[in-house]
Design a binder for this molecule. Structure first.
Ligand code: CA
Length: 519
């Protein structure tokens, strides 16, 4: 171990030694994993403060790169939730340097893609700056730069959230309409009046009137269905009583966005629309396995996994809803999960996937998905690689090797059950490398899925990796997949053959294959 490495190692939350993650790698971890759940060792509040400090550090180091990272991670759909990106962008909008604030405000439309995002941003940004001219102009531009159809859709679909409505935001932004359509929409939002005096606004006023009629509950089922078909209304726009009607759901399904389809599987099953062998079930199965459409809709693998877990269980997380899951749709969801990661080109390298199943990995939740522990999430994530790489072994470890009978034919449900049932223990992240060296296994890439809270063994992981390379003559690489938004990593920052990845980054398995392939 070089003196330099010794010096840049820090104490992790478990009392062991780890490297401190590079601030920009840490920023990515925060943007993707968020800090909205505690870990075994760190409280949620501590994590949130640490991550806020990390954003400040990155802004001070390189403001332009920070804003670009926030916008890129958010816009590429790499994170299961947009919350951390919205928070970080709001912080950047309050940065001390003019140029940095401007860059952050310019990135607003890339990070705030829906009305809900905009409300969340409006709520947060007030903590970091006042509503001065720059902010007002950027928020006004958010509305004014939308095309008419997109504007109508945003205002109808995302009415209000967290105590904010379009009316509030428009007032704060002082947005002045540039077109008759914008004028009509703004008037409808602020005064609930709609006029169709100008040619071309009839469709707009008709949609607004149909929406008002829905809200006033003065419509029949046939009229609801007609409105859904004609104005492409989504289920969020409908009053609850219509959500018990299979006919209304059938109409909604015709143009349903994929995200809504994933979330609505249980409801569409329980109202009796998605029955085994039905046309609707076949339609949903086809949609959920359309790779191109999944990419366009930025469907995140964690959203698919959550949908699968809920749908498979046959009962809602809250409420009394129950249903019988259908085999065909479960299979479609399994396929959908694989497809929702960015397309992976297999590297053909010999992989050893090592899952940390120590006690800390069974605490907390990943990406705000209830009940999804880091151990379960890492097992699901490992499947994305296991299913495509031909030479791939999988093992579990805590302070000892743990037998994990996981094979590529297994379903995600089976895999998560296996991980949940294993005995837990202390953490020694060097074990995968030590074991491979001991048994003379040929490995090109070790992939360790962990919270980086290693503390048990006598040999540090980066030394175990070096010993493995020396003993076998294989220039083995180490990919460390971090499942919690902490600042620690077992990957040696000075070793080009070691690299950090973020757990449940939709791009991670594809980038990992590139890393495995690179010379
Ligand atoms: Ca542990």
């Amino acid at each position: 171990m070089s003196t330099r490495n010794t010096r840049c190692m820090v104490q992790n939350s478990a009392g062991g030694r780890a490297f401190a993650l590079d601030p920009f790698a840490r920023l990515e971890r925060f943007l993707i994993l968020g800090a909205d759940g505690p870990t075994y060792y760190a409280a949620q509040r501590t994590l949130a403060l640490e991550n806020a400090a990390c954003v400040t550090t990155c802004l001070a180091l390189d403001g332009a790169r920070t804003v670009k990272t926030i916008a890129d991670v958010s816009n590429a759909g790499r994170a299961p939730k947009n919350d951390a990106a919205l928070f970080a962008l709001a912080m950047a909008c309050g940065a001390p340097a003019d140029a940095m604030r401007r860059a952050a405000l310019n990135a607003l439309p890339r990070v705030c893609r829906t009305g809900t995002h905009l409300f969340q941003f409006a709520e947060t940004v007030g903590r970091f700056r006042r509503w001065g001219r720059g902010l007002r102009r950027a928020v006004a531009a958010w509305y004014l730069d939308l095309g008419t159809d997109a504007l109508v859709r945003q205002v109808l679909k995302y009415g209000q959230r967290q105590g904010w409505s379009h009316r509030d935001v428009l007032r704060l932004s002082h947005a002045a309409p540039r077109t008759p359509a914008q004028q009509a929409v703004f008037r409808w939002l602020t005064a609930k009046e709609i006029t169709a005096t100008d040619a071309g606004l009839e469709a707009l006023s008709e949609a607004c009137r149909a929406f008002e009629a829905l809200r006033a509950r003065s419509v029949t089922e046939a009229e609801v269905i007609a409105s859904v078909r004609r104005h492409k209304f989504t289920h969020e726009m409908l009053p609850t009583e219509w959500k018990r009607s299979p006919a209304v759901w059938a109409a909604l399904l015709e143009d349903m966005p994929l995200t809504a389809m994933l979330r609505g599987l249980a409801q569409m099953t329980s109202v009796g629309l998605l029955t085994p062998g039905s046309e609707a079930a076949a339609f949903v199965g086809r949609k959920l396995t359309d790779a191109a459409a999944l990419g366009r809709a930025r469907i995140h693998p964690l959203a698919v996994l959550s949908a699968l877990r809920v749908y498979r269980s046959g009962r809602g997380l809250a409420g009394k809803l129950t249903w019988t899951s259908e085999r065909g749709l479960c299979d479609a969801l399994e396929r959908c999960f694989d497809l929702s990661f960015r397309a992976i080109t297999p590297s053909g390298k010999r992989h050893l996937l090592a899952l940390d199943v120590s006690g800390s990995m069974s605490c907390g939740e990943v990406g705000g998905s209830p009940g999804l522990t880091p151990a379960m999430a890492s097992a699901a994530m490992a499947m994305a690689t296991l299913r495509v790489e031909r030479h791939c072994e999988l093992m579990g470890f805590s302070h000892q090797l743990v037998d994990l009978p996981i094979r590529r034919e297994h379903t995600l449900t089976q895999v998560m059950k296996i991980v949940q049932d294993v005995p837990m223990g202390a953490t020694d992240c060097a074990l995968p490398m030590l074991e491979a060296a001991r048994t003379g296994r040929a490995v090109d890439v070790f992939v360790v899925y962990t919270d980086n809270e290693t503390w048990f063994g006598k040999v540090h992981p980066h030394l175990a990796l070096r010993q493995y390379r020396e003993k076998t003559g294989i220039a083995a690489k180490l990919a460390v997949v971090g499942l919690t938004a902490t600042q620690f990593t077992i990957a040696d920052p000075d070793d080009p053959g070691s690299l950090d990845f973020v757990g449940f980054d939709a791009a991670a398995p594809a980038v990992m294959a590139d890393f495995a392939r690179a010379r």
